[in-house]
Design a protein around this ligand. Structure first.
Ligand code: IPE
Ligand code: IPE
Ligand code: MG
Length: 243
């Protein structure tokens, strides 16, 4: 079975997981960090080279202040506690999203993680934080427009490939598979450009319950899919055209 090189996960359902146990939402987010840790440990053994996780969306600022600050705090704790193990295991950390909107202490922590791990190649862990697909596309368009205005870029030279190369995900292949937990059937502004042809797997389990087995099952599901990219299925190609 060929594994997708890049799996992206919408880690959803922490709040409902906690509610079902009569716990505060923060307990769900804490349990979610543990599920993330386990998923990162399992990914290389399942043939995954890039793992992107949606940790905080550009719309999550609309949550109560206390929850936003809990989520910022958990990111800091995760980086501080786990960076050494990630580095030891050859994990490269990359961050996508709008850093300008984050507090300076978080920004420098994220930069520290990226710099320390830049040469690692066992797995690239891409953390989408203060990330929104539309925001990423708009920031990219603005960057290219500024280069055109300065006379450094010919607008005719902007192609889908060059545009992709200017997104936060530059150098990262598109995810072949996007997984969302918690039963919600939507993308919620995740990787809008990059997921154009991704296979989607929606799981009913809440994120804190996500395990290596769920990931392995999703990969099996993916392996049974036929990806057509707008062309014809293998069955439908006329014999003469198969060459
Ligand atoms: C996902 O869990 C984590 C983040 C969005 C940060 P939620 O907090 O969205 O949990 P539910 O969807 O309310 O259960
Ligand atoms: C998506 O989950 C964002 C993250 C998992 C970080 P949300 O819980 O914010 O999405 P909606 O509001 O249900 O669409
Ligand atoms: Mg949610």
């Amino acid at each position: 079975m060929t594994s997708p090189a890049h799996v992206a996960i919408i880690m959803d359902g922490n709040g409902r997981w906690a509610k079902a146990r009569g716990l505060p939402r923060l307990a769900g987010h804490r349990a979610g960090v543990e599920a993330l840790r386990n998923t990162v440990r399992a990914a290389p053994g399942l043939g995954i080279s890039f793992l992107t996780v949606y940790a905080f969306s550009s719309e999550n600022w609309s949550r109560p202040k206390s929850e936003v600050s809990d989520l910022m705090g958990l990111l800091k704790i995760f980086i501080r506690r786990d960076l050494a193990e990630l580095h030891q295991n050859g994990v490269r950390v990359r961050i996508i999203g709008d850093r300008a909107g984050l507090q300076p202490d978080i920004r420098s922590l994220l930069e520290e993680a990226e710099t320390l791990t830049v040469r690692n190649d066992a797995l690239t862990l891409v953390i989408a934080f203060n990330y929104g697909g539309r925001d990423e596309i708009v920031r990219t368009a603005r960057k290219l427009a500024a280069a055109v205005a300065r006379g450094e870029l010919d607008s005719e030279a902007i192609t889908a490939e060059s545009f992709a190369g200017s997104l936060d995900t530059q150098g990262i292949p598109d995810p072949e598979l996007v997984i969302r937990t918690s039963g919600e059937l939507r993308l919620s502004n995740f990787l809008l450009w990059q997921a154009a042809y991704s296979e989607l797997v929606f799981l009913p389990c809440f994120w804190p319950d996500f395990s290596r087995e769920h990931l392995a099952d999703a990969l099996r599901d993916f392996a049974g899919r036929e990806r057509r990219f707008g062309g014809l299925g293998a069955e439908d190609v006329p014999v003469t055209a198969k060459g």
